[in-house]
Design a protein around this ligand. Structure first.
Ligand code: NAP
Length: 490
């Protein structure tokens, strides 16, 4: 029997009684139940899916006070942030309710028969979409609601017609259990099968590995570290029947700041950037980790202002003691790889101090160890000699959820080369503001080339997240009763 313990993030003390990790038999039973629930759910109509998603949003909001207090104890993220996250989670659930009610999962392409010989002539075709099946969903540590049990993966998979078995994150097991209990009450009230939203828990890899290996699992959805995501992707590919694995992984989110804009409003940008680096103790996949500046007096002033502003930040405790240790080790690894510290009062306290270091672009490009994400309030200033070298820095990063470009307001060959360099490696390119904060909307793209995600053509945030759980099928010369369903699976 493997024991799982919740901890108070601020003190490291145990919270509540030990829990028991899911056994292999329980994991198998959860997947079997999800497969049975999928049988009916795959052909449900938009109104039924919408009703479930809206009821889940209402249930979360109805238990807000207790949920936020518990999540705050387990994560130290603070009640203001957690209330905002709960709002966002309810918004996401209702947005996917709306998407299902509007019939988006049932979109189909009618391609009537054309008489005559091929290739011009062809039979009657209809291109429809079918849900994949039971999804193994891996909750994130750093978003106990929005990217966890009731989060965007859950909302989009249910809207697509899939069932789920959720692997709760060991960093907030009690919050996960409470949310899952509420979701089970909603399923019961709507007379839907309990297995539609299953949950398993555990730490130390075994539970997640068994889940992704289960033959009845049809896809994986994951938010977490590049290392964890890579391991689970390898498991998904090593199965006798490999399955799609949608991993949203680590990212260093470069910000390129050109001298012109730094001369105009460098002080303001330095304050904004320092806030973004330390927001949520830097525990965001979109936290800016690399700041590229050109050799210029305006850059020098900006870096000095950024150092001062960052040194004045007071990040809260990290999610887990393991992450706290990893942060310190990550900052030290940057220094060992040649970065020169600018803000470096690393301490042993429960909350980390911010870290900022600097390196020249040639060294950054050459040393892969400088490209690693340091999860927490840390960033690396990279000094380039030209825009062309700044583009090479982006190329060395290779893949990122975001790139931010400050100072390309006017069309020029250099502006275009930066935009090309940024779009080549990122899912989202910002021309103002900071990358922390990911809008849940139609045009959102949260996923970029490796190592920021496993499937850069897909997004885990925004309306298009639905598409990950649908597969196209062409129906040829289908009977009238089937085409009359107009894309709704039978
Ligand atoms: P994680 O280690 O990737 O874990 C996320 C989930 O994946 C957990 O449920 C974990 O289960 C599972 N998992 C991880 N590796 C696995 C493996 N080899 N086989 C099977 N299941 C596996 O992410 P995290 O817990 O958020 O962060 C851990 C470390 O990653 C931190 O120290 C942090 O520095 C770093 N990191 C996190 C993020 C992020 O966005 N969350 C980004 C960058 C870096 P178990 O608990 O059972 O292992």
């Amino acid at each position: 029997m493997t024991v799982l313990q919740s901890f108070r993030a601020r003190t490291g003390e145990p919270l509540g009684a030990p829990l028991v990790a899911s056994t292999p038999q329980q994991i198998d039973a959860a997947v079997q139940a999800a497969a049975e629930a999928f049988e009916g759910w795959q052909s449900s109509d938009g109104a039924t899916r919408g009703a479930l998603l809206r009821a889940l949003a209402q249930a979360l909001e109805g238990d807000r006070e207790a949920l936020v207090a518990l999540a705050d104890d387990e994560t130290a993220l603070g009640t203001v942030r957690l209330n905002g996250e709960l709002d966002r989670t309810a918004f996401q659930l209702r947005r996917f309710a709306d998407i299902a009610e509007r019939g988006v999962p049932f979109a189909w392409l009618d391609d009537p028969a054309v008489p005559g010989a091929p290739p011009a002539g062809h039979p009657a075709m209809a291109r429809v979409q079918v849900p994949l099946g039971p999804v193994a969903m891996f909750s994130a540590s750093n978003f106990p609601f929005a990217f966890s049990v009731p989060g965007g993966d859950t909302a989009s998979a249910l809207a697509a017609g899939c069932s789920l078995v959720i692997k709760a994150h060991a960093g907030h097991p009690l919050t996960s259990q409470r949310v899952h209990g509420l979701m089970q009450q909603v399923l019961q009230a709507l007379r839907l099968p309990a297995g539609l939203i299953g949950m398993v828990q555990g730490g130390g890899n075994e539970v997640g590995t068994q889940l992704i290996r289960h033959p009845l699992i049809a896809a994986g959805a994951f938010t977490g570290s590049t290392r964890g995501g890579a391991a689970l992707q390898a498991e998904a590919n090593a199965r006798p029947r490999p399955i799609p694995f949608y991993g949203e992984l680590g990212s260093i989110n470069p910000v390129v700041a050109l001298p012109g804009i730094l001369a105009a409003k460098g002080a303001e940008l330095a304050a904004t950037l320092a806030g973004s680096i330390s927001l949520g103790c830097g525990q965001f996949c979109t936290s800016p980790g690399v700041i590229v500046v050109l050799d210029d007096p305006a850059s020098d002033t900006f870096v000095a202002a950024l150092s001062t502003a960052l040194a004045g930040q007071n990040p809260h405790a990290m999610l887990t003691t393991g992450m706290r240790r990893a942060f310190e080790a990550g900052a030290k690894a940057l220094v060992a790889a040649g970065a020169r510290p600018l803000v470096n009062d690393l301490s042993d306290g429960p909350a980390p101090r911010p870290f900022l270091a600097q390196v020249d672009a040639a060294t950054f490009i050459e040393r892969a160890a400088l490209h690693d994400e340091v999860f927490g309030p840390a960033a690396l200033v990279v000094r380039a000699t030209s825009v062309a070298q700044a583009v090479q820095v982006l190329q060395a990063v290779g893949g990122s959820l975001t790139v931010t470009l400050w100072g390309v307001e006017h069309d020029s060959a250099e502006a275009r080369s930066l935009v090309r360099g940024a779009t080549a490696i990122a899912g989202r390119v910002l021309f103002a503001g900071v990358p922390t904060g990911v809008a849940v909307t139609a045009a959102q793209q949260h996923g970029g080339p490796w190592p920021s995600s496993t499937q850069p053509m897909t997004t885990s945030v925004g309306d298009a997240a639905l598409n990950r759980f649908l597969r196209p099928v062409a129906l040829q010369d289908a009977p009238v009763w089937l085409t009359a369903r107009q894309g709704q699976p039978c």
